[in-house]
Ligand binder design. Sequence first.
Ligand SMILES: Nc1nc2c(ncn2[C@@H]2O[C@H](COP(=O)(O)OP(=O)(O)OP(=O)(O)O)[C@@H](O)[C@H]2O)c(=O)[nH]1
Ligand SMILES: [Mg+2]
Length: 328
Amino acid sequence: MSSKSRKKVLLMGKSGSGKTSMRAIIFKSQLAADTRRLGATIDVESSQIKFLGGLRLDLWDCGGQDSFMDSHLTAQSSTVFRSVHSLIYIFDAESPELLTSDTAYFLKCLRTLRDQNPPSTSSSGSSGEDGGPTVFVLLHKMDLVPVDMQASKLAEFEAEVTKKARESGYQGGLQFYGTSIWNETLYKAWSIVMSHLMPSLSSLRTHLSHFLSLSSASEVVLFERTTFLVISSVTNEQEVHDTEWDERRFERISTMVKAFKLGCSKIRSPFSSLVVSTQHYTAVLDSLTPETYILVIARGEIQPAAIELNIRLARPHFGKLEAIGMAR
Ligand SMILES: Nc1nc2c(ncn2[C@@H]2O[C@H](COP(=O)(O)OP(=O)(O)OP(=O)(O)O)[C@@H](O)[C@H]2O)c(=O)[nH]1
Ligand SMILES: [Mg+2]
């Protein structure tokens, strides 16, 4: 398998920050409440996740207890940090050591990441701003921060950590997101991570736009089948202006449909498709290719059967795109 289609992603952060919880929810469809039973990760748990377009994700969930962190950063540094495509670093928003020892560990990780993937020689699979691995920083457990303080907490944290990273000599980009397993912010951040891992998918938008106009839809969203992360979407901007749509609608749909799918599997009635039809809108969520679901939203006067027919007719075309590596 080529290095282009195989990407190593590190999940790091101190013990209890929520790494394994995220992994379980996004990739193993676990319920958020069930993560309370997770034990601490010993050393590293790596999993291979097959994605659409032949992409294989090597996800390394690195145990965050001090002894494991020290070992990742010293004895095992080349095994852990070499050939990394992206680092996802999780901070616990409520940690008393957020800007002290937690940040100090993060800076050590950045340094080791850079040492093991020097920008000039890391062209294969690396794509940070300066050619090194991309770094995502998640300020996690934001549900524990009062709602009116969440935005300012994230902004101050981002400013402070970026300043310290620059002072330590790190010149690459850092992308910050506030997340919680208890709401859709988790899906928002991970959808962005995924679209970064699969840049070829951006060309899919052209095909989705075509589908949107041919079927007179208001919005078309493509989801990855297992994780239900949003891969791509197109919207008829005119209609959104007219009706003020919720900005977080995609992530909310990911969260709701995943919970619904889980409910279906519990009663041994596998989820296949969903149709909602009201006076104002019609929504059809259906399988598009072996790896994706498509959600089509249209005005109320458009019949679900018409949308279902359009999806059926589009399947062979999108199936071919998927087979050749998602419109690479
Ligand atoms: N309130 C809140 N709790 C969370 C959130 N995410 C995870 N947790 C809880 O945090 C605890 C620790 O989570 P883990 O995922 O095991 O932490 P970890 O980072 O994998 O820890 P190590 O494996 O020791 O490195 C669990 O009880 C989770 O339920 C969140 O967004 N909000
Ligand atoms: Mg863990």
